[in-house]
Ligand binder design. Structure first.
Ligand SMILES: [Zn+2]
Length: 471
C-alpha cells in the first residue's frame, strides 16, 4: 500500500485545497426560508450544496443529492459503508471580525473565514482525504461515504431526514468537534415546567415579571424580576435584599427603584454552557432563591418557592430526584436555562444531560412527582439518547491508533456532555479537527484553522480511511 504516495499527493494539493475552500467560504450558507422543493434550508445553503456536489463529482466520486437536506460523495464497493459526517451550513458571521468573514484569508499560518473550522474546512479536508486514497490506488474493502448535512446548526433535521430516506452507514467519524476522539455523549432531555398564575393578588411583595436566559443550553448570567415594594417601601426591601445577599456567599443582588412603588431586582451570576454548568452560576436560580426568601409573589409565589427549592442554583438534578452518575459518562447535569413570568403565566425550561445509566421515562416520572406538590406542569420538549461507541470497538481503536501515530500525541477517548453530529449515525464518533490546547473559534468572530494542523488533519483522515476501510 502506497501511504507515502497518498501523503505526497495531499501535500502537493495544498494551494488547490485553499483555493477551493475560498469558494466555499464565500457562500453565506446560513439557514433561510425554504425556496422550492430541493432547497428546504433556503437558496444559499442550496448553492453551497451544489458546489459541494460539483467539486465531489469533479474528483470522480459518485454523488447523491438527498433532496437538499444533505449531499453525499461516495467511493469504493463492499457490503459495509464507512461514513464521514460533515456539514455545510454555518452560523451567522456576527460582529467583531477584523476582516470579511466570507473572504477566506491566509495570514501568519492561519486561514480565516466563517466555516473554516465549523465545518467547511473539515468537509473539504475529508473530500481531499478520500481523493488521496483513491488516486494513490489504495484498495478498499468497504464503501466510503462522505455525508454533508445542510442543517447541523439548528437542530440536525438534515440527518433525521437522511435517516428516513437512506440507509445508515455502518460506522464512521465526524470531524466536527475535537481530537483525540469523543466516544461517549450524554443523552439530552428538554423539559418545560409551567403554571398559569398571577403575581399580585394578596402579596406583600407582588411579582410582575421574571426574565432570565435566551437559550436552554446556556446557564443564564443575569436574571431580573419586577417587583412591587408594596407595604414595606423601597428602603426596607433593599435591606432585606442585602441581608439575603450576605447570607449566600457568591450571590450578587441589586435592587433598583423604578418609582411608582415598583423596583427591579437584578441577580448576576456567571454564564456558561449547559454542558459545563460547574463553570457558571445560575442567575435564574439565584433570583428564585432571593424571591423565595423575600416571600414574594401572590399566586406565583408558590411556584417560585417550588422552583427555588427543587432547582435553585443547583445543577445536579437532586431536587427533582434525578441526580445520578456513572463512571463512563459522569454525572447528570440539569440547567435552568430560561425563566419567564408575564403576570399570568410562568415557564421554566430545563436542559438536562444524562449519563448512560439514566432512563428517560424514569427521570420524567421522578420529576413529575417532585413538581406535583407545587402544581407545576411538566412537558417534554425534546430528547435524544446518549451516544456510546465502546472504547474497545474497532472504529475507536483504529482512529486513535492513526491519531497517535501521525501526531505523536496522547490518544484517548473522551466523554462529553454532548451533542455532536456523531450521534446521528450508529457506531460513529466525533474525531477532530480541533487539537488539544487549540483555541476553539467555532461560532466566534475571526474563526480560523491553523494551516499546518489542517493539512495534518487531511492526512489523519486519509490514514483513517485506509485503516478502517482499506482492504
Ligand atoms: Zn459544526
Amino acid at each position: 500500500m502506497d501511504l507515502a504516495k497518498m501523503d505526497a499527493l495531499i501535500g502537493s494539493w495544498k494551494p488547490e485545497i485553499f483555493e477551493k475552500l475560498n469558494g466555499w467560504i464565500a457562500i453565506n450558507s446560513i439557514k433561510g426560508e425554504p425556496s422550492g422543493d430541493d432547497a428546504p434550508f433556503g437558496p444559499e445553503v442550496r448553492r453551497m450544496l451544489d458546489l459541494f456536489l460539483r467539486d465531489a463529482e469533479d474528483m470522480g466520486f459518485v454523488v447523491d443529492d438527498v433532496d437538499g437536506y444533505a449531499g453525499a460523495a461516495e467511493m469504493g464497493a463492499g457490503d459495509k459503508t464507512m461514513g464521514i459526517l460533515v456539514h455545510l451550513d454555518i452560523v451567522p458571521a456576527g460582529d467583531g471580525w477584523t476582516q470579511d468573514p466570507f473572504t477566506g484569508t491566509l495570514r501568519e499560518g492561519k486561514y480565516y473565514g466563517r466555516g473554516a473550522q465549523d465545518d467547511k474546512g473539515p468537509a473539504i479536508a475529508a473530500l481531499y482525504a478520500m481523493r488521496a486514497v483513491k488516486e494513490a490506488g489504495i484498495p478498499l474493502k468497504h464503501k466510503v461515504r462522505l455525508i454533508a448535512g445542510c442543517d447541523e446548526e439548528t437542530g440536525m433535521s438534515d440527518m433525521a431526514y437522511y435517516r428516513k430516506v437512506r440507509p445508515p452507514v455502518d460506522y464512521g467519524f465526524s470531524p466536527d468537534a475535537e481530537y483525540p476522539l469523543i466516544n461517549i455523549e450524554k443523552g439530552g432531555l428538554g423539559l418545560l415546567l409551567s403554571k398559569a398564575c398571577g403575581g399580585e393578588e394578596g402579596a406583600q411583595i407582588p411579582v410582575y415579571s421574571l426574565n432570565a436566559g435566551t437559550r436552554p443550553n446556556i446557564v443564564p448570567g443575569t436574571a431580573t424580576a419586577e417587583l412591587g415594594t408594596g407595604g414595606m417601601g423601597f428602603s426596607s426591601l433593599e435591606k432585606a435584599v442585602q441581608a439575603i445577599e450576605k447570607a449566600h456567599p457568591g450571590y450578587d443582588l441589586k435592587l433598583t427603584d423604578l418609582g411608582n412603588g415598583r423596583a427591579q431586582l437584578l441577580a448576576t451570576g456567571k454564564q456558561s454552557h449547559a454542558a459545563m454548568p460547574e463553570l457558571g452560576l445560575n442567575a435564574a436560580g439565584m433570583l428564585l432563591t432571593a424571591l423565595k426568601e423575600l416571600n414574594a409573589g401572590g399566586g406565583v409565589g408558590e411556584a417560585i418557592r417550588g422552583l427555588a427549592k427543587l432547582l435553585g442554583t443547583d445543577y445536579t438534578g437532586a431536587g427533582l430526584g434525578i441526580a445520578q452518575a456513572d463512571e463512563l459518562s459522569g454525572p447528570l447535569t440539569c440547567n435552568l436555562g430560561i425563566l419567564r413570568f408575564d403576570g399570568r403565566f410562568l415557564s421554566a425550561q430545563l436542559d438536562i444531560r444524562y449519563p448512560l445509566c439514566a432512563d428517560e421515562a424514569d427521570m420524567c416520572g421522578r420529576a413529575a412527582m417532585a413538581l406535583s406538590p407545587w402544581q407545576l406542569a411538566l412537558t417534554r420538549l425534546s430528547g435524544h439518547p446518549p451516544l456510546h461507541v465502546p472504547a474497545e470497538s474497532e472504529v475507536v481503536r483504529g482512529l486513535l491508533q492513526v491519531y497517535g501515530e501521525l501526531t505523536g500525541l496522547p490518544a484517548y477517548a473522551m466523554a462529553i456532555g454532548g451533542g455532536t453530529y456523531a450521534r446521528t449515525m450508529p457506531n460513529t464518533v466525533a474525531f477532530g479537527i480541533c487539537f488539544p490546547g487549540d483555541t476553539d473559534t467555532c461560532h466566534m468572530p475571526d474563526e480560523y484553522i491553523e494551516v499546518d494542523k489542517f493539512m495534518l488533519s487531511i492526512r489523519i483522515m486519509a490514514h483513517a480511511i485506509v485503516r478502517l476501510a482499506g482492504a
